[in-house]
Ligand binder design. Structure first.
Ligand SMILES: C[S@@+](CC[C@H](N)C(=O)[O-])C[C@H]1O[C@@H](n2cnc3c(N)ncnc32)[C@H](O)[C@@H]1O
Length: 336
């Protein structure tokens, strides 16, 4: 589910890099916020344009090592912050001319390959899945939450058809012993009614757990809201998603800010809000044939972007109501 993936020859491959640069146009200068700094792939490309400044954000403190290196080289033009992007508004940005904000959602290959993070179903040992700055781990979720709550997480965050059976079997198994990563994989294998040979049987459950542990729904929603507020006029908000739930949220938010609500002619007229954003493309940009041939896992990446047309801070959106069901499920984490 990571949007930036490295090919097997371990070359770092920032997904849709050329396309990101062409929509945020750093050649004109200004300040850019890279909300998912990772290995610094996007940041380093933006810094190639002399009149730019970049603020790189990542919740994973491992990114700070690369962040520091870039900071040494570009001390006047780059700053790294180890924070979550939902806290974007805490940055002191009053005098910054924010021309572009980019999100490349998900995990980097480096994180997936790090056995301590336990993000992959090939990991051994305790469940974890914490990306950085977390309140609880996947170990807490699997070994402590009630069955009905586990079922909801797997169903709504992983679109897992066998959520009930898997969650029941988790509860049964944990009466006897603590469930570790490979125990969970075995429980899933045993519970799946139908075999799907296209994806690993644990893919959906692991995706659901990663979303829940890292509160990815509220992170994305609050990240988008703050980004839309702090952008300056003609600034661009660009987001690369990697799974349908993320894309659904981004698409809704972008339409919500750039279009009037459609009302049937039989309904009473309502006063429509002012539209201050433009979404130039209805369809997402996807990787080119060349990129797919060099980095096949990028196949699910989708880039959408939005342009701000007025220097206003307050925005009108009902995104929190629209996704309140998902936010309620995420809040089940407060029980841990
Ligand atoms: C797919 S990688 C980005 C890679 C980057 N574009 C590059 O070229 O190197 C995603 C990164 O976003 C970070 N991340 C994910 N969610 C975050 C959040 N809510 N706040 C801050 N960083 C986050 C992850 O830790 C990871 O390093």
């Amino acid at each position: 589910m990571q949007a930036t993936i490295v090919s097997d020859n371990v070359k770092h491959y920032p997904v849709l890099l050329k396309e990101i640069i062409s929509v945020i146009t750093p050649q004109h200068g200004g300040t850019f916020i890279d909300c998912t700094f990772g290995q610094g792939g996007y940041t380093q490309e933006i810094l190639k344009f002399k009149k730019t400044k970049v603020i790189g954000i990542d919740r994973d403190s491992d990114s700070e090592i690369i962040g520091k290196k870039i900071q040494n080289k570009f001390s006047e033009r780059f700053l790294f912050k180890n924070i979550k992007f939902s806290k974007l508004s805490n940055l002191k940005l009053k005098n910054e001319n924010i021309r572009g904000i980019v999100f490349d959602l998900g995990y980097s290959f480096t994180q997936i390959k790090n056995p301590e993070k336990g993000l992959s179903f090939y990991s051994s040992g305790d469940l974890n899945m914490k990306m950085g700055i977390n309140d609880f781990s996947a170990n807490d979720v699997i070994n402590k939450l009630e069955q009905k709550h586990l079922e909801k997480i797997l169903k709504f965050f992983g679109d897992e058809n066998d959520a009930r059976l898997i969650s029941r079997n988790i509860i049964k198994e944990r009466l006897a012993k603590k469930i570790k990563t490979q125990d969970l994989v075995k429980i899933i294998e045993k519970s799946k009614k139908r075999k799907n040979y296209k994806i690993h049987c644990a893919t959906k459950t692991f995706q659901a757990l990663r979303i829940f542990v890292n509160k990815e729904i509220s992170e994305l929603i609050f990240g988008l809201i703050h980004a839309a507020k702090i952008l300056k006029k003609d600034g661009v908000l660009a987001v690369v998603t990697f799974h349908s739930l993320e894309d659904k949220i981004v698409k809704y938010f972008f339409k919500n800010l750039s279009e009037h609500k459609s009302i049937s002619r039989y309904e009473p007229k309502i006063e429509q809000k002012e539209i201050n954003f433009v979404m130039p493309l209805k369809k997402p940009i996807t990787p080119s044939k060349k990129e797919l041939s060099e980095n096949f896992p990028s196949r699910s990446a989708k880039l959408r972007y939005l342009i701000k047309k007025k220097d206003i801070y307050e925005i009108e959106t009902d995104i929190l109501d629209k996704f309140s069901d998902l936010l309620d499920i995420e809040n089940l984490g407060s029980k841990l």
